[in-house]
Write a protein that binds this ligand. Structure first.
Ligand code: AMP
Ligand code: MG
Length: 310
């Protein structure tokens, strides 16, 4: 049996026993458990030390599975057809007959759902008889994990199993879009907003009006590296780690490059890994040069602005 297949078997065993495991996704690693089981989902909240009022995203294999729990509409169908599986989450209405554990949604009748693209996790989802609740596999308010080692650094021996799928390809969390009532982007993320605007024209104006809906996962501290971070820096001060996107001629041991070629996708993929490396190296301060604010650069800026808030 191939190694991946035997690991998927192991993963299924843990999940069937209401345990939490870490799973790879293209955005970040998730801390996954059976979304139909109160016992399993409670373990996610405990392990992550996540406040109960912060709802979890539920991961499905396909539309057929989703329809057992959620109401869908035309906008959803269009986005699903064009963007899924992929780094986008949808807030939908829960069906009354849904089996989703109520603690996932904090007793609300709306739910955030996603169809992850990672090959191993899709294989896993196809084989189990329940969807997976899976927030990022980190202690609440710390940096999201983008590799197996990051997950080990977060939970150590407390987490029994990690399905290793290599480094996350996107490296930032999913874009979240509310599809109850007028569509609205609630969090920028892995799918650039321009791609979504192309599919739903009316959305653009709606987002520009400033997002007033309180989304728990978008609280100030959510993506904090735990040390002060200075944005739009032109240079770094003594002992400050300096995160750069554009190559500089001069070498400096405190420079950390997000991309070799000034590429925003590559920068997004490397952001969380770089923040972790800087922390591990014992720096007490970070400076970061301006990140272009288009395509996935918008989501990078969203995260570093939050990370820079105290
Ligand atoms: P993550 O920690 O990346 O899994 O993100 C989960 C985030 O999804 C939450 O913090 C919320 O921002 C969002 N979310 C989940 N469920 C809902 C919901 N029912 N309504 C609105 N936003 C939600
Ligand atoms: Mg998270």
């Amino acid at each position: 049996m191939k190694k991946n297949d035997s690991n998927i078997k192991k993963a299924i065993k843990y999940l069937n026993n209401n345990q939490c495991i870490a799973i790879p996704t293209e955005t970040v690693y998730g801390l996954a458990a059976n979304a139909y089981s109160k016992k399993a989902v409670t373990r996610i909240f405990k392990l992550k030390r996540r406040p109960r009022n912060n709802p979890l995203i539920v991961h499905y294999y396909n539309l057929k599975d989703l329809k057992k729990d959620c109401e869908i509409n035309n906008t959803f169908s269009k986005l699903y057809k064009n963007l899924c599986p992929g780094p986008i989450s949808f807030v939908l209405k829960l069906k009354k007959i849904s089996r989703i554990s109520k603690i996932i949604t904090n007793n609300s009748n709306s739910i955030a759902v996603r169809f992850p693209r990672h090959r191993l996790t899709r294989k896993l989802l196809k084989k189990i008889k329940f969807p997976l609740a899976a927030p990022s596999a980190n202690i609440s308010n710390s940096i999201s994990p983008v590799s197996k080692q990051d997950v080990i650094d977060e939970f150590g021996h407390k987490l029994k199993f990690i399905l290793d799928g290599g480094p996350s390809k996107v490296g930032l969390e999913s874009t979240i879009i509310n599809l109850i009532g007028k569509p609205q982007i609630l969090r920028l993320g892995g799918i650039e907003s321009k791609k979504i605007y192309k599919l739903i024209n009316s959305l653009k104006n709606n987002f520009k009006k400033k997002n007033k809906v309180k989304v728990p996962g978008t609280s100030k501290l959510h993506y904090s590296p735990g040390i002060p971070m200075r944005l739009n820096a032109k240079k770094n001060f003594y002992n400050e780690a300096f995160i750069l996107i554009k190559k500089r001629k001069k070498y400096n041991k405190n420079y950390f490059y997000l991309s070799k070629t000034n590429n925003l996708k590559e920068a997004a993929k490397n952001l969380y890994r770089t923040l972790r490396t800087i922390k591990k190296n014992g720096y007490k301060k970070i400076a970061i040069e301006p990140i272009p604010n288009f395509s996935i650069g918008e989501a990078i800026n969203d995260r570093i602005i939050r990370a820079s808030k105290k």
